[in-house]
Design a protein around this ligand. Structure first.
Ligand SMILES: Nc1nc2c(ncn2[C@@H]2O[C@H](COP(=O)(O)OP(=O)(O)OP(=O)(O)O)[C@@H](O)[C@H]2O)c(=O)[nH]1
Ligand SMILES: [Mg+2]
Length: 302
């Protein structure tokens, strides 16, 4: 099952950078070497079970954009599941960006009317920290108005922090069929383990697929931070010719376990009841593997 994901936005807005970081193991500074994308670069990324993301990274230079709306219109805009439109927050020609964006929505409405639309206000690191919220809200308001009648989901992102993982986890989440079923099984698993929290990550990207939480936690960005840190750690391991398999962290008030769950996922289990032996938690993860493998193959990837 292949899902077409269009990545669009003006040249230099950061599309190939984010794709390279999330799906091709780049670190942020490597993206400075990227050249402009010529026409469309297609990449297929295997996800859960049979789910394959078919990413269309569309070069944003004017001559390519004009082509997408004219001679390549149907080819580009049909069968789209998700449109991700990337805006450079520092762009000096917002009117032109909006003009292309609206042309794009128009083409989507005709050719893929059920496509979900995500807007990323990108390069947020270039905006002063105390201004970010205000700048984002203003852009979001304008985008909501300009997108009518399409309902959009927007994120403030930067390749220099975990915000990129938050946005892409949400995008990927929207593409997984039967994600609610997966969530309910993860919930059961957490209850059986007596865990405070259980999180499912995709194995290569470390994007969050599903999570369940028993208690309030003050850091709402914790999952995307973990995605970011573990992905970087995995990459350091492979540079040292080692392979990341699992991790256990023990503090005075909690223990965290990260381990392989299925061929496509890792699970993280957070325990605050430290009277529960670590070996019991590891055993629970181990016996859950078969169940989640089956679930993934038979239900999730349908
Ligand atoms: N400061 C900052 N720079 C970024 C960010 N994301 C990407 N960049 C930089 O922006 C430049 C252009 O990025 P690309 O990813 O090549 O842009 P693109 O949207 O693919 O451009 P086209 O292929 O021409 O459409 C690179 O030098 C990146 O390092 C970000 O979040 N913050
Ligand atoms: Mg590019």
């Amino acid at each position: 099952m292949s899902k077409k994901v269009l990545l669009m936005g003006k040249s230099g807005s950061g599309k190939t950078s984010m794709r390279s970081i999330i799906f091709h193991n780049y670190v942020a500074k490597d993206t400075r070497r990227l050249g402009a994308t010529i026409d469309v670069e297609n990449s297929r990324v295997r996800f859960l079970g049979n789910l394959v993301l078919n990413l269309w990274d569309c070069g944003g230079q004017d001559m390519f954009m004009e082509n997408y709306f004219a001679s390549q219109r149907e080819h580009i805009f049909r069968n789209v599941e998700v449109l991700i439109y990337v805006f450079d927050v520092e762009s000096r020609d917002i009117e032109k960006d909006m003009h292309y964006y609206q042309d794009c929505l128009e083409a989507i409405l005709v050719n893929s009317k059920n496509a979900k639309v995500f807007c990323l206000i990108h390069k947020m690191d270039l905006v002063q920290e105390e201004m970010r919220h205000r700048v984002f809200e203003a852009r979001l308001n304008e985008l909501n108005t300009r997108s009518e009648p399409v309902k959009i989901t927007a994120f403030a992102t930067s390749i220099w922090d975990e915000s990129l993982y938050k946005a892409w986890s949400s995008i990927v989440h929207s593409l997984i069929p039967n994600v609610k079923l997966l969530e309910s099984h993860l919930q059961n698993f957490a209850t059986i383990c007596e865990a405070d929290e259980a999180v499912l990550f995709e194995r290569t990207t470390f994007l969050v697929i599903s999570h369940c939480t028993k208690m309030d936690n003050t850091d709402i960005h914790r999952f995307s931070k973990i995605s970011n840190y573990i992905k970087l750690f995995k990459m350091s391991c492979s540079r040292a010719q080692a392979q990341f398999k699992s991790m256990e962290i023990r503090q005075a008030d909690f223990a965290a376990f990260i381990d392989v769950l299925t061929a496509n996922t890792y699970v993280m289990v957070i325990m605050s009841d430290l009277s529960i032996e670590p070996s019991a938690t590891k055993m629970n993860i181990s016996v859950a593997r078969k169940h989640f493998e089956k679930l993934e193959v038979s239900h999730i990837a349908r």
